[in-house]
Each structure stands twice: as structure tokens, then as C-alpha cells.
Ligand binder design. Structure first.
Ligand SMILES: *Cc1c(COP(=O)(O)O)cnc(C)c1O
Ligand SMILES: [Zn+2]
Length: 404
């Protein structure tokens, strides 16, 4: 069995795996799960049977005997997208559609690991702040595990499908007067004081689940890393997790490169893009983040420190896109490739287009875009941007005249 510890990325302080800790008690830094890679069995990764997140349990922080809380998350398709590639002017474009996870977003990958850890730690309940998808996913896994579940959503700011899921699966849902950053601040204190287990992406175990996106991408490409990986960035957990996944594959000699991690934010919520462009180690939080892409409407990304390392060390970039560019990309992806995604996810495609036009991406690179959430998460936005259905008499001649 491989061993692991929980380590502060800033001061190196270590915590035992029985500790319930989210950020360093000494310096406030982010935590990371550290393995002894010399004990990892590479064969058990590259020859693993089964599918989804738990297929890669050799690189997950559990004993072999652990019984996962699972709803068959992961194993999402990696589509080759030649029609979209042609429209954008690139040669080798792939889209990994994380919207096809059971709850409709990649959050399930983190939650299966996080909630399985919650069972191991015998916590009395789970909680999160959320722009929507985290709450939807947590509600499902909490139901499966039999935990009470508390979620804090910023009032009036959450897409309809996501709230519906959290309610249906039995979470106690609070509509908080404030934005996501306020909700996270409040729930962190609540968890501390009420001994609830916090399952936002500051929890390092969640990122362990999400790093399996890297494993699946590499495996589908014949255990090779793509040249570039592009994804939307909100709290910045996912970009950090995927970078770690690729780093592990390289460390273990399974792949020989790391993709250029390319993070896309919305123009109205881009603290990481600003820090990247200004060459700063830390972000300046934005007080009033605003974008139609609610899943990345975040002014104070918790995992910024990890994300900036991921982008810089991999030779990637950070760029922002407008709501208009996001909407255009969302429609294009839906109509050229049949891939239906929520607005935040389309930021990856919009960012690709922009970076190609700027000359920051070469046209012959092998590019993988991650689309993070499903179209049906945000039906209200679809109604706003598409032509509504036309009413017609039950008469074929009248119908024929109306065909475009
Ligand atoms: C959570 C989420 C994001 C942002 O991911 P981070 O890890 O917070 O950067 C992007 N898109 C969708 C659909 C999400 O649910
Ligand atoms: Zn520390």
C-alpha cells in the first residue's frame, strides 16, 4: 500500500490523514496530498480494469479495502471535433465533455473521493458553498452515503437546473444574501464550529478525484499528454487538480510531457488572468464578479496559488473572454459538434478562439478543451439566446412555408 500525508504547499507543515484540516493551521496555506511515488505500482495504473475515477485508485488516498461512495462518475467521452476545429482554424482539436458525469458536471469526480473520505472520517454531516454544481453533486453523494447535507447558494445567482438537483436530492438549501465568496466565507466558519465536513475545492481530497481527468485524457490518447489543455477557471481547483494528475503521470514515467495548462476566465471575473499577466504571485480579489457564466462568477478563487503554479510551470497562459464570446462559442459547439454545455464550459472554446486569433496558440497543436458542465444545467440561458419555437397550425402547407 502506498502511503500519503497532507502537506502545506507554502510552509511544508504536515498533517496526519486522520486530521480534519482544510488549510494550514500554521500559515493558512493550501494543502496537498503527498504520496510516496516509489511505492506506486505503475502496472496497476496502465493496466487497470474498470472505468471512471476508481479505476485509478492506485493514485487515490485510500486503502485497497475502502468501499467507495460512487454513482459511476468519470469515464466521460473525449470527442474529436473536426468541424469546430475547421471553424476555428486549428488542426487537432478534442473536447472532453465532463457535462456527461452523472450529476452533469466534473464535480462528481471530486465528490466521490471527498464523500468517501467523509465516511472514513466518520463526520456527522457535509456542507458546501456553491455557484450551483458543487451543491448538486454533493447533495447526490450525501444522499448515497446517508449524510445530512447543507448547501449555501448566493441568492438569485444560481442556474435553475443546479438548484433543482440540490433540492431534489434532499440537501438543506440556503439562499444567502451575498455572492459566492461570501457564502464560502460563512460556510467555512460553520463547518469549523459545527463539526461538519467542508466539501468545497479547498478540501484537498476533492482535487484528488478531479485529477483523474488527466489520467483519462492521457489514456485515451495512448498514454500521451496533449500539447495543450484548456479549461474554464473559477475557484481554480480543477486546473490545479488536472495539472497534478499530469505531473504524477510524468513523475511515474507513464507519459513524458505535461500539457500547457491554459486557464480561461470571464472578463467580469478574472483575478487569476490579472495576476498571471502582471507576473504576480498572488491575486487581487474582485469585489463584484459579474458574468453570465455563473459557475465561474468568482472574485476570490481559493486555489489561485496552486493554479498560478500550474499555468506557469507548464508554460501555459491565462486569458479572459467576454460574455458575448462565451455565448457564441456555446452555440457553435452545440451546432457544429452536438456538444451541449452550460455557459462556463464554453469559455474554454471561446478562449481557444481568442488565443488562436492572438497568435498565442499554434494552429497545429494537439489541443484538449474541457467542457465542465451540461447544457441542461442552465436552461434559462438557452431560452434567452435561442430563437423561440414558432406556433403553427396543424397544416402541412402552412408548416412548409415556414421552413427555413
Ligand atoms: C465548478 C465549475 C467550474 C470551475 O471550476 P473550478 O475548479 O472552480 O475552477 C467551471 N465550470 C463548471 C461547469 C463548474 O461547475
Ligand atoms: Zn503552512
Amino acid at each position: 500500500m502506498k502511503e500519503y500525508e497532507v502537506e502545506c504547499i507554502r510552509c511544508g507543515a504536515r498533517y496526519s490523514k486522520a486530521d480534519v484540516v482544510y488549510t494550514c493551521r500554521k500559515c493558512g496555506g493550501l494543502l496537498d496530498i503527498k504520496y510516496d511515488y516509489s511505492e506506486v505500482d505503475v502496472e496497476r495504473i496502465v493496466k487497470a480494469q474498470g472505468e471512471g475515477v476508481w479505476k485509478y485508485r492506485e493514485l487515490l488516498p485510500f486503502d485497497d479495502g475502502t468501499k467507495p461512495i460512487t454513482i459511476h462518475e468519470g469515464n466521460t467521452p473525449l470527442y474529436r471535433c473536426d468541424r469546430l476545429a475547421k471553424a476555428i482554424g486549428v488542426a487537432d482539436l478534442w473536447v472532453k465533455h465532463e457535462g456527461l458525469n452523472p450529476s452533469g458536471s466534473f464535480k462528481d469526480r471530486g465528490m466521490t473521493v471527498g464523500v468517501t473520505k467523509a465516511v472514513e472520517l466518520s463526520v456527522k454531516g457535509v456542507a458546501c458553498a456553491s455557484t450551483g454544481n458543487t451543491s448538486a453533486s454533493l447533495a447526490i453523494f450525501a444522499a448515497k452515503a446517508g449524510f445530512p447535507c447543507y448547501v449555501l447558494l448566493p441568492k438569485g445567482k444560481v442556474a435553475l437546473g443546479k438548484v433543482a438537483q440540490a433540492m431534489m436530492h434532499g440537501a438543506q438549501v440556503f439562499s444567502l444574501r451575498g455572492n459566492f465568496d461570501d457564502a464560502l466565507r460563512v460556510v467555512r466558519v460553520l463547518c469549523e464550529e459545527e463539526s461538519l465536513y467542508l466539501l468545497n475545492s479547498v478540501n484537498p481530497y476533492r482535487l484528488e478525484g478531479q485529477k483523474t481527468i488527466a489520467f483519462e485524457v492521457a489514456e485515451k490518447l495512448g498514454w500521451e499528454a496533449p500539447y495543450r489543455l484548456i479549461l474554464p477557471v473559477g475557484n481554480a481547483g480543477n486546473i490545479s487538480a488536472i495539472f497534478k494528475g499530469f505531473l504524477e503521470l510524468k513523475t511515474l514515467g507513464i507519459t513524458d510531457a505535461i500539457p500547457r495548462m491554459t486557464g480561461i476566465q470571464a472578463a467580469g471575473a478574472k483575478p487569476i488572468v490579472n495576476a498571471f499577466k502582471e507576473d504576480k504571485a498572488e491575486i487581487t480579489p474582485e469585489e463584484k464578479p459579474e458574468t453570465i457564466a455563473s459557475a465561474i462568477r468568482i472574485g476570490n478563487p481559493v486555489n489561485a496559488a496552486k493554479a498560478l503554479v500550474a499555468i506557469r510551470e507548464s508554460g501555459g497562459v491565462a486569458e479572459s473572454v467576454t460574455d458575448e464570446e462565451i455565448t457564441k462559442a456555446q452555440l457553435e459547439l452545440a451546432r457544429l459538434e452536438g456538444v451541449g454545455v452550460e455557459p462556463a464550459s464554453a469559455a474554454s472554446i471561446a478562449g481557444l478562439k481568442k488565443l488562436v486569433e492572438m497568435g498565442a496558440i499554434e494552429r497545429d497543436e494537439r489541443i484538449v478543451c474541457i467542457t465542465t458542465g451540461h447544457l441542461l444545467k442552465d436552461p434559462e440561458r438557452v431560452i434567452e439566446i435561442c430563437e423561440p419555437p414558432k406556433e403553427v397550425e396543424a397544416d402541412v402547407n402552412m408548416l412548409r412555408k415556414m421552413l427555413k
